[in-house]
Design a binder for this molecule. Structure first.
Ligand code: FAD
Ligand code: NAD
Length: 467
């Protein structure tokens, strides 16, 4: 096998494998180095895909328990078969990661299994089971992603104090679980277990859930999750955790400075992720990282060494699979001289709870802070016939538009299937549509999408028809 390539990609996640495929489409001879046995990175192996598989199974279980009878479907009390849920999740992951192997073959991309270390501006060593080989490339793309972040006061033990990796493979449905961090992983993993009957307590330092998203979304999500009997401690900081054989005891300090003591079967630490740069060889090449350990790049994804590029979770910006993939494509297209770019203002964020949460563009707080005058339209799903027919009336869609020009600046949603509805909002932001543009476009009836039209009409001049 020749070890000489035009492009060597380190990391086979949604950033790396997509960049590799695009490079091959553009005629480059590409290699991918991945230390995991399977391709697909965090997202396919221990992130997006397995978490969504369990979210879908547990939501169906929850609906069978709580909604079937309302629809006139009488069944005996459903039981959760956790072993089968886990097996289905593993099968979904296996099929999806095998799909990436197929893409590598189809695009004639060479795969190296092992840990990559950059030795020079054009050489990477690959270490696997005590053996090392050298791979050279005209260009090297770092797409090594991120990994779980520990808290110094609550170190992982992999048994009782766990990360999302272990939370996706617990041997049993816990009776109780404490989750440190009310961000995306906290509310998604919390939903999985709360739907199965686990008593879930979330401890969050900020004053609400998913605090980086528009604040109204976090408040509405909290209300919905309280229906799953979730308990929340906001403005609370964990100070220590003591792990026993069967339980963990967590000590925390609330916003009044009072001690809070909590005990549970498991503590899931979900306070963010850190970039993967250990052993990459950055120091030897003088490639700097920022204060959060992220590789510094210029507008063309180039590091301080011109032949070495970096994208995805290992660089600045939001840690999302689609952001990593868009960067992979733009980076490789720029390598061959195309004028590609990523519009960072139009990257959607989705939280796969139920109701789902989705967002694109600026939040109300961001617009206020920037002093941009805006108007808003807020349409409730309660006013939607489709939502009533589906017994899914919780939530709303909020459209924020410029006060004078009517240009859409942000769209924030919580409700049924908003993970898919957000795509229309992305088109609106990308093409700089006005609220009126969306408001006067025909939306199929009856669909959840009509609520976006209503919110746009409300924002563009108090013209909503149904509320
Ligand atoms: P990664 O996917 O982390 O891939 C990097 C790969 O590089 C890894 O496979 C790693 O093994 C490999 N690697 C690292 N160092 C080396 C080395 N030196 N040599 C060889 N290989 C190396 N995002 C979404 O958009 N939607 C979601 O629904 C979603 N859900 C998530 C759920 C969970 C539980 C988690 C943890 C994350 C989730 N994310 C989600 C985030 C998403 O997984 C990441 O943003 C995305 O995977 C980043 O892609 P990447 O290619 O930059 O890195
Ligand atoms: P996050 O940044 O979304 O949330 C972490 C939360 O922990 C924040 O709300 C923060 O205020 C809180 N926190 C930080 N330190 C704390 C402490 N000591 N005690 C209590 N709370 C503390 O991070 P995450 O949920 O760990 O997710 C990691 C990354 O994975 C995110 O960047 C996210 O975008 C990505 N992800 C995305 C999805 C999705 O797109 N649906 C799903 C899961 C993960």
């Amino acid at each position: 096998m020749t070890n000489q390539f035009d492009l060597v990609v380190i990391g086979g996640g949604p950033g790396g494998y997509v960049a590799a495929v695009r490079g091959a489409q553009l005629g480059l001879n590409v290699a991918v180095i991945e230390q995991r046995a399977t391709l697909g990175g965090t997202c396919l192996n221990v992130g997006c895909i397995p978490s969504k598989a369990l979210l879908d199974s547990t939501e169906l279980f929850h609906q069978a328990k709580t909604k079937f009878s309302v629809h006139g479907i009488d069944i005996s009390e459903p039981k959760a078969n956790w072993k089968q849920m886990l097996q289905r999740k593993r099968d979904v992951v296996a099929t999806t990661t095998k799909g990436i192997d197929f893409l590598m073959q189809k695009n004639k991309i060479t795969r190296f299994v092992g840990k990559g270390t950059i030795q020079s501006p054009t050489t990477v060593s690959v270490a696997n089971n005590g053996e090392t080989s050298l791979v050279t490339g005209g260009k090297i793309l770092i797409a090594t992603g991120s990994t779980v972040t520990p808290i110094s006061t609550v170190p992982f033990d992999g048994k009782r104090i766990i990360s999302s990796d272990e939370a996706l493979e617990l041997p049993e449905i816990p009776t109780t679980m404490i989750i440190i961090g009310g961000g995306v992983i906290g509310v998604e993993m919390g939903s999985i277990y709360a739907r199965l009957g686990t008593k879930v307590t979330i401890v969050e330092t900020m004053d609400g859930l998913i605090p980086t998203m528009d604040r109204e979304l976090g408040r509405a999500l909290e209300k919905s999750l309280r229906h799953l009997d979730m308990v929340f401690h906001f403005g609370t900081k964990v100070t220590s955790a003591i792990s026993g054989d069967t339980v963990v005891t967590v000590s925390a300090e609330d916003k009044r400075g009072e001690l809070v003591t909590l005990t549970a079967d498991y503590v899931l630490v979900a306070v963010g992720r850190r970039p993967n740069t250990d052993g990459l060889g950055l120091d030897g090449l003088g490639i700097p990282v920022d204060s959060r350990g992220r590789i510094e790049i210029n507008d063309h994804y180039q590091t301080s060494v011109p032949s070495i590029y970096a994208i995805g979770d290992v660089v600045r910006g939001i840690m999302l699979a689609h952001k990593a993939s868009e960067e992979g494509v733009a980076c490789v297209e720029q390598m061959v001289g195309q004028k590609s770019h990523v519009n960072y203002d139009a990257i959607p964020g989705v939280v796969y709870t139920w109701p789902e949460v989705a967002s694109v563009g600026k939040t109300e707080d961001e617009l206020k802070q920037a002093g941009i005058p805006f108007k808003k339209g807020n349409a409730p799903f309660k006013a939607s016939g489709r939502a009533r027919a589906a017994e899914e009336s919780d939530g709303f869609i909020k459209v924020l538009a410029h006060k004078e020009t009517d240009e859409i600046l942000g769209i924030h949603m919580i409700g049924p299937r908003v993970a898919d509805l957000i795509a229309e909002a992305v088109v609106a932001v990308e093409y700089r549509a006005s609220a009126e543009d969306i408001g006067i476009m025909s939306h199929p009836h009856p669909t959840f999408s009509e609520t976006l039209k209503e919110a746009a009409l409300a924002a563009s001049g108090n013209r909503a028809i149904h509320f």
